[in-house]
Design a protein around this ligand. Structure first.
Ligand SMILES: [Ca+2]
Length: 560
């Protein structure tokens, strides 16, 4: 490619910003924007700029969505033309394959691998073990001990008094009960001595009859007490005044005629008593405790049993994946995003690094050695004849703000994982979701930290892959710029930064360690996207039209 293409493309775009100027040197018949675009359009497909003699191992990859790719239309043709390898954004992830009941569907993966292979594209697998996009409830369910102590509501009354209303416990239904309809109070109850519990539904007046009264005994008893509301009922009142001792309640439900439960919190498993109350002057104790009939560790799973169960679940996924891919997918992000941002030499953990409700941190359950387990399972499932290249992939390794601390932390962690003499990690993936800055100082720091990262990674002797390269842009005031607001000068800077990134990779990473670079988001991100929404992150715009960034990337590949 002509060395000046980047210059021409960027210059022409800059000039196009002031269309009223009579610029010498450009045809008056053809607007500058068209000229610039013509020069970009005249470039070869991206992968043709890879010097396969000088850099024989370098693989140019592209991120893609399995759905559109598997339609074998425009996206498929585009990927085939521009890249040597494809990786799916989501289709190979745990939650895309494993359903909420633990069953697995590899149909999309299978079709993707078949279609890519037919196009002569290799497939990079992303990813075998990550904390996000997991089946959190299913996985937690596997290690939730059915015999573990359950939480119950505990009422501790110091002494029996004269009147039923001397001790009261209230619960507010989530919806008013309608007069004339039949409701059913269901619950489990147990007391320190037998007691007939009187229940008075409360509306404008108290409903004394009919009521869902029931007997509590010293054994857990299931209560099923239907009653018809004789008015609009706002509250259910347990009248416990003539009882002294302890009562436990659990699994409290109030079912309407359609079977809808009107008690918001009746299980107490989350530790809250929302909707429950008592008169403030009733000095008995109301709290949530472990079921007194179940010791905290009675019949529970040991830590080892939990680990074994989760290893089994992980192996289901990994071995299913390897079987589906049938040796055709040889390189994988075995472990994705292990390292903490808050503590870059430590693994992520629930709480400090994210929510345990939304994520499943395998490392919290399997321990620090979890990567060893992933690698062992993957190699075993693929079989000896398939020489897998297994990567640890993470983000912010190039970050300037903490002097590449996360990169250093990951390298140390990999050393630890390999210190057992068995675990072999082939490569390190650096995601590189970068941002170009129009503040020269910031941009200089970005570039210096990137170069530093390459040197750190090169020194490991491992394969180095830039795994998810995309680029946003910030203005001189460090504000994110949306796609429509990118100026010609910004296009030029982004093109230069792409050129720098590709060039430095080829220069600093030894040929034997070059796995390659993957263009994560070939096109600009649409508004409302889940990933860098409305940011100009592509080498192509949303209509697959090449941007100056494309020329920058191509020039970087040529090392010119
Ligand atoms: Ca409970």
């Amino acid at each position: 490619m002509n060395k000046s293409i980047l210059f021409i493309a960027a210059t022409a775009l800059m000039l196009s910003a002031c269309a009223d100027d009579n610029v010498p040197g450009f045809s008056v018949d053809e607007p500058a924007t068209t000229l610039a675009q013509d020069s970009l359009n005249a470039l070869a497909p991206l992968k043709e700029y890879v010097d396969t003699v000088k850099y024989p191992n370098f693989i140019l990859g592209g991120g893609t969505s399995a759905g559109p790719f598997n339609e074998l239309g425009k996206v498929y043709a585009f990927d085939k033309a521009n890249f040597k390898e494809v990786v799916t954004g989501n289709a190979f992830k745990y939650a895309s394959v494993v359903k909420s009941d633990g069953s697995m569907d590899f149909g999309t993966v299978q079709a993707f691998v078949k279609n890519a292979t037919k196009a002569g594209l290799s497939v990079y697998g992303h990813t075998l073990c990550w904390h996000a996009q997991q089946q959190v409830a299913y996985l937690n369910g596997l290690i939730t001990d059915p015999n573990a102590a359950k939480h119950v509501l505990h009422v501790n009354i110091p002494e029996a008094k004269a009147n039923l209303w001397d001790w009261e416990l209230y619960v507010d239904p989530t919806k008013e009960l309608e007069s004339g309809k039949t409701y059913t109070l269901k619950m489990r109850v147990k007391a320190t001595s037998d007691y007939h519990v009187t229940v008075w539904p409360q509306g404008a007046t108290t409903q004394y009859w009919p009521t869902p009264a029931f007997d509590a005994t010293t054994q857990w008893t299931d209560i099923n007490a239907p009653f018809e509301a004789n008015q609009a009922i706002k509250q259910i009142r347990f009248e416990l005044g003539t009882f002294g001792g302890e009562i436990w309640m659990d699994d409290v439900q109030l079912l309407d005629p359609d079977g809808n439960n009107l008690i918001g919190e009746g299980s107490f498993e989350n530790g809250n008593m929302d909707g429950w109350s008592k008169p403030s002057w009733h000095n008995y104790t109301l709290n949530i405790v472990n079921d007194p009939d179940q010791g905290a560790d009675a019949g529970g799973m040991t830590e080892q049993q939990k680990k074994d169960t989760l290893t089994w679940a992980l192996n289901n996924f990994i071995s299913g994946m390897m079987k589906t891919c049938d040796g055709k997918v040889k390189a994988w992000d075995a472990v994705n995003e292990p390292m903490s941002d808050a503590a870059p030499y430590e693994l992520k953990t629930a709480g400090r690094d994210g929510s345990a409700k939304e994520n499943f941190y395998w490392q919290d359950h399997l321990g620090k050695d979890y990567a060893r387990t992933v690698i062992r399972l993957a190699r075993k499932a693929a079989g000896d004849t398939v020489k897998l290249k297994l990567f640890i992939n993470d983000y912010n390794l190039e970050a300037a703000y903490n002097q590449n601390a996360k990169c250093k932390g990951l390298i140390e962690m990999i050393k630890y994982w390999e210190s057992d003499g068995v675990t072999k990690i082939d490569g390190i993936g650096s995601q590189m979701h970068v941002t170009c800055s129009m503040d020269p100082k910031v941009q200089r720091a970005n570039e210096d930290a990137y170069v530093n990262m390459l040197k750190l990674l090169a020194a490991t002797g491992k394969l180095v892959r830039i795994s998810e390269l995309d680029m946003g842009i910030q203005d001189a005031n460090h504000q994110t710029v949306n796609t429509a607001d990118v100026t010609p000068e910004m296009h030029k800077r982004m093109a230069e930064y792409y050129k720098f990134i590709v060039e430095k990779y080829l220069e600093i990473i030894p040929v034997a360690q070059q796995y390659g670079i993957c263009v994560w988001a070939p096109t600009d991100s649409p508004k409302g996207s889940g990933w860098r929404a409305d940011e100009p992150i592509g080498l192509w715009n949303g209509n697959y039209v090449r941007k100056p960034a494309y020329a920058g990337f191509a020039e970087g590949l040529q090392g010119k």
